[in-house]
Ligand binder design. Structure first.
Ligand code: DAT
Ligand code: MG
Length: 140
């Protein structure tokens, strides 16, 4: 499998509870390398642009309000099959369905406040990395 990069976000519920280090340890233990990382505050409008694919969903307002409710840590993870591996380490969207040991099983509070985002495919990973990081911030 090829080396890939994927976009990860540590969401406001997790940054508020000071879980950035514990979540990063899960990534590193799984063989993912954090090759770019920054802590930022999104506006609801920016969160809406990032999650535009969900604009018609009934939870869109709740989702964008939550994503703007506090700081997030956006990061690029790199490794063999990083996109799928990250989704595995994250666990299912709803923490009630997430496998034991996954980030969402251990830390998520609800389906909405579920601690992490991860890109779901090579095309979205590329778009989502470019949404947050410039070429200068991405060393080889
Ligand atoms: P994922 O984050 O696992 O890729 P998704 O892309 O289906 O899940 O949805 C994006 C985010 O939207 C998800 O992390 C939390 C929120 N969300 C999804 N389904 C929801 C629901 N039924 N109620 C509230 N928020 C929801
Ligand atoms: Mg998704």
């Amino acid at each position: 499998m090829a080396t890939e990069r994927t976009l990860s976000i540590i969401k406001p519920d997790a940054t508020k509870r000071n879980l950035t280090g514990k979540i990063n340890a899960k990534f590193e233990d799984a063989g993912l390398r954090i090759v770019a990382q920054k802590r930022i505050q999104l506006t609801q409008d920016q969160a809406g642009k990032f999650y535009a694919v969900h604009a018609e969903r009934p939870f869109f307002g709740e989702l964008t309000e939550f994503m703007a409710s506090g700081p997030v840590v956006v990061q690029v993870l790199e490794g063999e099959g990083a996109i799928a591996k990250n989704r595995e380490v994250m666990g299912a969207t709803n923490p009630a369905d997430a496998a034991p040991g996954t980030i969402r099983a251990e830390f998520a509070e609800s389906v909405g406040e579920n601690s992490v985002h991860g890109s779901d495919a090579p095309d979205t990973a590329k778009e989502e990395i470019a949404f947050f990081f410039s070429g200068l911030e991405l060393v080889g």
